[in-house]
Design a protein around this ligand. Structure first.
Ligand SMILES: Cc1cc2nc3c(=O)[nH]c(=O)nc-3n(C[C@H](O)[C@H](O)[C@H](O)COP(=O)(O)OP(=O)(O)OC[C@H]3O[C@@H](n4cnc5c(N)ncnc54)[C@H](O)[C@@H]3O)c2cc1C
Length: 394
């Protein structure tokens, strides 16, 4: 095992900046995030107070320009930070991804200078919480079948419809909302919606089996006026805006899964050392030692793979087609690894693993999301299969 990951990352971090950043975030996460993960998950409450602290450290705008309060760093740095936060709280990790990647990074990539100046400083400081809303009750994997529509009126658009599953939905101040603006030709547009707009309302809370301190809400849009100045990218070109961020999104979501996989492994390492049965530590049984060895190997492989991909993304500087397969593969296998390791971790804790007293049960439930959210594992395989040139039936 490569300890805290410094060795795995060394080939991609020549001047040590990212390792330094990792150590600082790890310290912060262990001191400030880990202690609140249990209580906030149990209460099902988003820990809003942590947002400002993360803003002060610069974590909320890793890829945003420094002129707007960001760190101006790349996706490898963002991945590592996401991994460290998620290692200490899956919930805060997911909310962090929705804010820093799905919202801040999309504005960074596609926003006008005026939009960046209006929203990024508040989002990077933690004054604002960001989110992204594309999914609907009947438009999940098939997002282009969305029903939310944007109707042209003088000076802007009126958005109407219902979004579902929106992370940070209740606390968000600004949300990247996708809506159909050309029903006939099935064209969508991305809009920057401020949640104090008339007609915007937060709907039902989604009660989840994991990531319970990350808010997931339904959003109701009833003729919400969005000025032309808040169109993100071009009108009817929302698909391009969406695609511009997809590879980055998959990569950063993989960081969430990897953080949870590490947490499950570390909990297992400690527990199997301390727990005695038959008058010896249970990790002195070869079956258990081999499971731990397999977990370590899987983790090092997945993290190395993710760091290679993030470094390539940083080097290419765009979300080109060549990266589609790589980023889908990274997310697919990182999520599978987190699912597998956290499931075995529960078993290695015996009956205690199945209680709320121990952290592994929560990690297991938290990790499951990464097989589903951000495009399911099947959809990731679909992307990979298409990149392999396979023609799939309809
Ligand atoms: C906790 C959480 C947070 C979320 N946060 C957000 C957010 O912030 N913003 C947002 O917009 N959305 C968010 N989502 C929505 C998420 O992206 C969707 O749940 C996901 O894309 C799957 O869509 P679905 O739930 O409608 O499942 P469905 O699309 O109905 O899929 C059901 C099953 O069918 C399979 N399937 C579907 N189509 C195919 C196919 N063509 N080939 C093979 N298998 C297929 C899927 O893999 C899955 O196993 C969140 C979801 C959750 C659970």
């Amino acid at each position: 095992m490569f300890g805290n990951g410094a060795d795995v990352i060394a080939p991609f971090d020549k001047d040590g900046t990212i390792s330094e950043m990792r150590s600082a975030v790890q310290r912060f996460a262990e001191e400030q995030i880990l202690p609140i993960d249990g209580p906030t998950s149990e209460a099902g409450e988003f820990p809003a107070s942590i947002w400002r602290k993360m803003g002060e450290l610069g974590l909320l705008g890793v890829t945003a320009p420094s002129a707007y309060g960001g760190l101006d760093m790349g996706y490898l740095a963002h991945l590592v930070i996401t991994e460290e936060i998620s290692r200490c709280s899956g919930s805060i990790g997911l909310s962090y991804i929705a804010h820093s990647n799905l919202c801040v990074n999309q504005i960074t990539l596609n926003g006008t200078e005026a939009q960046k100046a209006e929203f990024l400083p508040k989002l990077t400081s933690g004054e604002f919480v960001g989110a992204l809303a594309i999914s609907e009750a009947n438009a999940g994997s098939d997002v282009m079948s969305m029903r939310t529509k944007g109707e042209k009126v003088g000076g802007g658009y009126l958005l109407s419809g219902t979004k579902l599953w929106i992370t940070n939905g209740r606390s968000a101040n600004v949300i990247v909302v996708y809506a159909k603006t050309d029903m006939e030709n099935k064209k969508i547009t991305a809009f920057l919606v401020t949640t104090d707009s008339e007609g915007f309302a937060v709907g039902q809370k989604i009660h989840k089996i994991g990531l319970r301190a990350s808010e997931t809400y339904e959003l109701l849009l009833d003729k919400v006026f969005v000025p032309d100045a808040h169109i993100l990218g071009q009108i009817d070109a929302g698909a391009e805006v969406l695609m511009s961020g997809l590879n980055f999104e998959r990569l950063i979501l993989a960081g969430g899964a990897l953080g949870l996989a590490r947490a499950a492994f570390e909990e297992s390492l400690n527990y199997t050392h301390d727990r005695h049965q038959f008058a010896r530590p249970i990790n002195s049984n070869q079956a258990i030692a081999f499971d731990l060895a397999q977990m370590a190997a899987d983790l090092d492989r997945e993290r190395s793979f993710a760091y290679v991909a993030a470094s390539l993304v940083d080097a290419h500087g765009h979300s080109g087609k060549s990266l589609n397969r790589l980023c889908a593969e990274v997310f697919l296998t990182a999520a599978q690894t987190a699912d597998r390791i956290s499931s075995r971790a529960v078993e290695l804790h015996g009956g205690n693993g199945y209680t709320t007293e121990y952290r592994v049960g929560r990690i297991w439930n938290d990790a499951k999301l990464y097989m589903i959210g951000g495009g399911t594992s099947d959809i990731r395989k679909l992307v990979i299969a298409r990149e392999l040139g396979l023609r799939l039936g309809r």
